[in-house]
Design a protein around this ligand. Sequence first.
Ligand code: MF3
Ligand code: CO
Ligand code: CO
Length: 340
Amino acid sequence: MTATLGPRIMSGSCCYNQSTQPLHRFFRYKPGQKHFLMQSSRSFITNLLFNKRNIDELQNGTRKRLRPGKLSPRRPVPEHILKPPYIGSKKAPGIASGPEVHDEKGIEYMRASGRLAAQVLQYAGTLVRPGITTDEIDQEVHQMIIDNGAYPSPLGYGGFPKSVCTSVNECICHGIPDSRELEDGDIINIDVTGYHGDTSATYFCGNVEDKAKNLVQVTKESLDKAISVCAPGVEFNTIGKVINAHADRHRYGVVQTFVGHGVGRVFHSDPVILHYRNNERGRMVLNQTFTIEPMLTMGSIHPIIWDDDWTVVTEDGSLSAQFEHTLLITENGAEILTQC
Ligand code: MF3
Ligand code: CO
Ligand code: CO
């Protein structure tokens, strides 16, 4: 979904929460304009602390701020591949109401698309090295997905121009593959969705500083911990509790604006999965599929969206990492569908 549509929820990597939900307000960044952030005094103090650490990080480091590169022409999808209904519309579909709960056949489909997404992500990860452009990664991902008869879900979703999201360094999510070459020391999240298994991981490019490695490691652990508590009857807010506690322990921030989501027949559906501490109601049910996709930051958790209406970066330029899996709730817990 695009940032111009006003307040709403965007899923994890893809949804932002919006006006119907008072907790999550999204403000589009306009240079020179003041921004009013609704937050409790407690979170205000926390943010001041984060900002302090962040400034240090930016001053000591030599890393340049991320800038947009050039986009290559749109990649074609062969006729025989089934296209999702949102293609052609500039408006992102938003979050469909109703959970994704599957019968046996549906579970089989979900396992197949999850496995494919995982294989594509694994392959994309092997491409990460200094000098490769994110557009080249997009080319490879696009090709592998269509070679397997699937549609690369991001392509044409709310006008998203490419087949995968590549989010480098301070990019929280929804980075658009372009002509920028990866540099030694970068971290990059690659988010693959093939109709509609949704998964992402953050990779190291060359020699990465220990503090960036630690952020990535803790983000991965927070996802693993959240997955381990999932089972039928468990409250969704347990996920946010577990992730936020782990992030707190390491003094990292948890991005609130972007959330996990139901996934299956549609790309983004109920429930909205909050990665931070919350008291929302709702419990997991057997045979339900959804994503968990925490984004942890070294500094500010507040996002800025670029003029391309997609790229989300931290307001202070501090690093952000993300991992995502698509899960199936089983009798005993959760099965990770996006696994090779
Ligand atoms: N894969 C993202 C998610 O986790 C969604 C990306 S939407 C796109 O939900 F249009 F940016 F690709
Ligand atoms: Co997702
Ligand atoms: Co994703």
